[in-house]
Design a protein around this ligand. Sequence first.
Ligand code: AMP
Ligand code: ZN
Length: 115
Amino acid sequence: MTDCIFCKIVRGEIPAKKIYEDEDVLAFHDIRPIAPVHFLVIPKTHIPSMAELQPEHEATMGKVMLAASKLAREQGSTDGYRTIINTGRVGLQEVYHLHVHVVGGPDVLPAMLKR
Ligand code: AMP
Ligand code: ZN
């Protein structure tokens, strides 16, 4: 996907504050952080959203989640954090390249959604 902003980050065409990279996974700090810890973990392959996940993505998404867990610890979120995946129109997804937000304190985060 040539126009996808996160694919451009994967290809090194636009800068990002990378915190981890391997052959399948990339993690970088969110450009507009909403908490002291706020980074994104993405598959390097272009998957538009959770809605497009296929069985062949199983191993890659496992690696994405394991990286999120390890990096959250390394970024100092040893007392918890929130992982968020926004999907589609209803989920207010802005960037259509699947990404896991990891958002952490040190303070307790606001309630997830208002009832
Ligand atoms: P969403 O698709 O709603 O989950 O949100 C996309 C997230 O990507 C937002 O939190 C943005 O701040 C973040 N974002 C957009 N462009 C960049 C970029 N070039 N580098 C890092 N984060 C970005
Ligand atoms: Zn992409």
